[in-house]
Ligand binder design. Structure first.
Ligand SMILES: Cc1cc2nc3c(=O)[nH]c(=O)nc-3n(C[C@H](O)[C@H](O)[C@H](O)COP(=O)(O)OP(=O)(O)OC[C@H]3O[C@@H](n4cnc5c(N)ncnc54)[C@H](O)[C@@H]3O)c2cc1C
Length: 291
């Protein structure tokens, strides 16, 4: 794989990294694992003069959980770290499932959850569950920090709300609500080790009568960004998720999707899979409900 010429910079602190992004604005790209970035460089889709590697900034690798604030995933937390972390597996099993569904062992040992999000691909494996769980992204630059709700993060294929001078520092995922459950569903042409043709994340929170109080459903690979299935979400408000209700919600999610045909799947197949995977996700999230 031949690459264009660039200078590689490896700051040891966030402060230094922010200075570099400010100084070389427009000429510099961030590299986390590089599993997306290097492909784009090889394709000459990007030709930065500088690349800033953030692997050597120790605080970015952290993964922590506390029951009030929830989960913090540092920008350099590898897909394999997230898939295998005991706290993620215990409190956020669907984040672990999504990370484990991403690519191959080799890629998971290099690539990060944050890189998967910042790449802003509509089919990214880790976006639907993070959207369903109402995560947010902490961005830092020389001028300070800000928190971007994930609903406002994706702007289009390959485009996010991050400014060119900002580093996405960590992902915050709220603590799971009582009486809530989450599901991640994926279908891809080559079984598991492949980019999704369709993926769905859902979080369901119910009241004491098992009626939906809050539902967040996110559809991947069926629009320019990971899409909220708002018609299906509104339909579920106040309803108990039976098989029939899940099927009806799935059909509504199918109308919320706006898929295109490409090498991975036709738009008709994608819409059908949205219907089926949304139903599955809702039933799994319901059965996952903690009482
Ligand atoms: C063979 C192969 C198979 C793959 N299979 C899948 C798959 O099944 N599912 C899937 O979803 N993806 C897949 N991918 C894509 C890729 O591996 C993932 O998206 C990975 O999570 C990217 O993480 P990374 O750390 O390597 O990101 P990088 O390549 O380092 O960065 C990706 C983009 O995000 C930006 N970026 C990274 N970190 C930050 C940050 N902290 N702040 C601001 N911007 C940042 C970079 O500048 C770049 O534009 C595959 C890739 C390959 C090569």
């Amino acid at each position: 794989m031949s690459l264009p010429k660039f200078s590689y910079l490896a700051p040891a602190s966030l402060e230094e990294a922010c200075d570099l992004l400010g100084k070389y604005q427009g000429k510099i790209r961030i590299k986390a694992g590089g599993t997306d970035l290097m492909v784009r460089l090889a394709q000459r889709a990007l030709k930065p003069e500088y690349i800033v590697g953030i692997r050597q900034i120790p605080e970015l690798a952290a993964i922590s959980f506390n029951p009030d604030e929830g989960l913090r995933l540092g920008a350099m937390a590898l897909l394999s770290d997230v898939a295998g972390h005991p706290l993620v597996q215990e409190h956020y099993p669907m984040l672990a499932r999504a990370a484990k569904s991403t690519a191959t062992v080799q890629i998971r040992n290099m690539g990060t959850v944050m890189g998967n999000i910042c790449n802003a691909s509509p089919s990214a494996d880790n976006s639907p569950t993070l959207v369903a769980m109402n995560a947010s992204i902490v961005a830092i630059s020389k001028t300070g920090e800000r928190q971007i709700p994930i609903d406002e993060f994706f702007l289009g294929p390959g485009r996010s709300a991050l400014e060119p001078t900002e580093i996405a520092k960590e992902i915050l995922v709220p603590a799971p609500l009582p009486r809530s459950g989450v599901s991640y569903q994926k279908i891809s042409p080559r079984s598991k080790v492949d980019i999704a043709a369709v993926n769905v994340g859902a979080m369901v929170t119910v009241d004491e009568q098992e009626a939906c109080q809050q539902t967040r459903i996110c559809l991947g690979a069926v629009g320019p960004i990971p899409l909220r299935a708002t018609t299906a979400e509104e339909f579920l408000q106040g309803k108990v998720i039976t098989d029939e209700v899940a099927e009806q919600a799935g059909a509504l999610a199918g109308s919320d999707a706006s898929p295109i045909s490409d090498v991975r799947a036709s738009k008709e197949y994608r819409r059908l899979m949205v219907i089926i995977l949304t139903k599955r996700a809702l039933l799994e999230a319901r059965y996952g409900t903690r009482i």
